[in-house]
Design a protein around this ligand. Structure first.
Ligand code: XBP
Ligand code: MG
Length: 249
């Protein structure tokens, strides 16, 4: 039986990247006089790099107008990142990025069955606070038994560190086969699997054509059990369905 559900945030709880983080990065560039912008396609390429600061640094390697010294690039990324996160918080405060279909129902399943939940993300804590505060209210943290963000696990996915920290905080290191992760990205799947945690993938906008074969199952959204690979579910992907899938694996 599942004892904990570990949630990725960006792309999994909500489609935050294209219309959230990307827009906030561009607004931060504009506000600080940085001359380049990230269009949808370029941002999709850059999502292979986990972490907003790391993403900017990687991009600067191929930006002709970026500072030439590594120290200056580091300083610029460090200056931009908190500005971008404040602008991201403004976007989510407007509730422009809804929870993905089926997420709230699975939250409720877990609460009804006393199955603990955790947040396991490489995004900054303030971004998670802004997003979940907007959707679940200011006491959102009480719904989660552990909240692991970039500040808690500096080695970003695909490194398993964030999952290891979550398992430790939940006291489930020896029972990781009773834990399930919900992810959207190849890096997230790799991180969960490297920590010995089974993972179910809800494909997000930027990873819609990935075939995450290391996942227990992948599909479009939790709200519909149709079109999942390699197994379908009658109705939505509920906690009962996840228990079935884990038992059959
Ligand atoms: C999320 C990320 C983050 C966000 C931006 O990955 O990689 O970098 O894109 O947030 P995951 P920050 O969904 O696997 O957690 O700017 O705070 O890094
Ligand atoms: Mg994600």
């Amino acid at each position: 039986m599942i004892e904990a559900v570990l949630w990725d945030v960006d792309g999994t709880l909500a489609e935050t990247e294209r219309d959230g983080h990307r827009i906030a990065f561009n607004r931060a560039f504009e506000a600080t006089g940085v001359p380049w912008r990230w269009d949808e396609q370029r941002y999709g390429e850059l999502l292979r790099v986990a972490g907003g600061r790391e993403r900017m640094l990687f991009d600067m390697l191929s930006q002709p107008q970026a500072p030439s010294s590594a120290a200056e690039r580091e300083a610029l990324a460090a200056r931009l990142h908190p500005i971008k996160n404040r602008l991201y918080a403004d976007i989510v405060a407007q509730r422009e990025l809804p929870l993905r279909p089926g997420v709230a129902e699975l939250f409720d399943d877990c609460a009804a069955a006393s199955v603990r939940m955790a947040v396991v993300t490489t995004t900054s804590r303030g971004n998670v606070d802004a997003l979940l505060g907007a959707h679940l209210g200011s006491h959102w943290q009480s719904r989660f038994a552990a909240i692991v963000c970039a500040e808690d696990a500096p080695r970003k996915k695909p490194d398993p560190e964030a999952y290891e920290v979550a398992l430790q905080r939940l006291g489930l290191q020896a029972r990781r086969d009773h834990v399930i992760a919900i992810e959207d990205s190849p890096a997230g799947v790799a991180a969960a699997r490297a920590a010995g945690v089974s993972v179910v993938v809800t494909r997000s906008y930027y990873f819609a054509t990935e075939r995450p074969d290391a996942a227990l199952a992948y599909g479009t959204e939790l709200a519909s059990g149709r079109d999942w690979v390699p197994r379908n579910a009658p109705g939505r992907v509920s906690l009962g369905v996840l228990n079935e899938w884990l038992r059959a694996s």
